[in-house]
Design a protein around this ligand. Structure first.
Ligand code: SF4
Length: 338
């Protein structure tokens, strides 16, 4: 199968240069060269995606692993990953597939969008398809075609993303992606510049845009000791989320472990609990990821505090909630896909 296809969103400049318009880097790429993401190449004045259907991993994952906690809790979703990333986070948790030059990719399977959707139907438990593991923006062409086909066939779709994408491509995803988990890495512009080689503003604007379009949004923040765990900044971030995407936005505080170029020790449990208390001042649903906390994964009624969904690992149990998602203690309704 040919895994090269003409890219969407580029313009031709003089002298066979092209400018990629897919993400806010706007890479200007000379003939034979690659963009920052490592998977889009200029060939004689045409920008190519080099990873169309080039799949690094495909697994039937619990939706909670994405993480998505208010989107069909307890169900499974067929998850595809490819290669490349438009960010270069020094703490990347998936660097073997994200921080790789397109010319060096060796181990992969190939899928057409039709094969991806057919595989999803052969997995009886799957509610649909997730684009995940590495940044799906940089394999936009495959994601768009596959998601479009999946929606035509009545499947659900999810994108797990850093949110660093231009408005026009994002507009095309709005009708075909049901749920987004956006990794908001910090609320500090300098952190984004220094530790991710990107900028924060497009990510915030895209969160606003997803909220305006009433998409299901969950937000994840990986807490790294000394780098982005300053409590006033964290509080500013959670207040911003409440004001911009709504206080019902599920917010996942995730524990960092050393990875890629960063060797700092893992985030302490105490710090996670302190940050959870801060986030709870503004947000109704705050979860702890990679944590040993017993209650950090449960969903509680935002009105009366009753437990509504109990989680242990990737197992879930509905408690005190009826089929209409009403709390059986106080009648408050939980916004939930089910
Ligand atoms: S998607 Fe890749 S090539 Fe295009 S602008 Fe972003 S980093 Fe550059």
């Amino acid at each position: 199968m040919n895994t090269q296809t003409e890219a969407l969103f580029f313009e031709t400049l003089s002298g066979q240069e092209v400018r990629c318009l897919l993400c806010p880097h706007y890479c200007v790429i000379s003939d034979t060269q690659w963009g920052i993401c490592g998977v889009r190449q200029n060939r004689s004045g045409v920008l190519l995606s080099n990873v169309f259907g080039k799949i690094s991993a495909v697994r039937l994952d619990p939706v909670e692993k994405k993480p998505l906690y208010h989107f069909f809790p307890g169900s499974k979703i067929l998850s595809f990953g490819s290669f490349g990333c438009n960010l270069a986070c020094i703490f990347c948790q998936n660097s073997s597939i994200s921080q790789i030059a397109g010319s060096k990719i060796k181990n992969f399977e190939t899928f057409t969008p039709e094969q991806a959707v057919a595989l999803c139907f052969s997995e009886e438990e799957s509610i649909g398809i997730a684009f995940t593991y590495n940044e799906p923006t940089v394999w936009f062409e495959f994601m768009l075609k596959t998601a479009t086909l999946a929606k035509e066939k009545g499947l659900f779709t999810a994108m797990i993303t850093n949110g660093f994408i231009n408005r026009k491509p994002l507009e095309q995803l709005i009708p075909v992606i049901d749920a987004f988990n956006v990794d908001l890495k910090s609320f500090d512009a300098e952190f984004y510049r220094t530790n991710t080689s990107s900028v924060i503003n497009p990510v915030l604007k895209n969160l606003n845009y997803l909220a305006e379009n009433k998409k299901h949004i969950e937000i994840t923040n990986l807490v790294i000791p000394d780098l982005n765990d300053e409590e006033m900044k964290f509080e500013e971030m959670t207040r911003w989320i409440a004001e911009n995407t709504g206080k019902e936005t599920p917010f996942h505080i995730s524990k960092y472990f050393p990875n890629y170029k960063l060797t700092k020790p893992p985030t302490s449990e105490l710090k996670l609990l302190r940050l959870r208390d801060i986030a709870k001042k503004y947000l109704d649903f705050v979860y702890l990821g990679n944590s040993t906390s017993n209650s950090g994964q449960n969903t509680y009624c935002s009105a009366c505090g009753s437990i509504l969904i109990e989680r242990k690992g990737y197992q879930i149990w509905y408690r005190n909630i009826d089929n209409q998602n009403l709390c059986t203690h106080c009648g408050h309704q939980l916004k939930l896909f089910r």
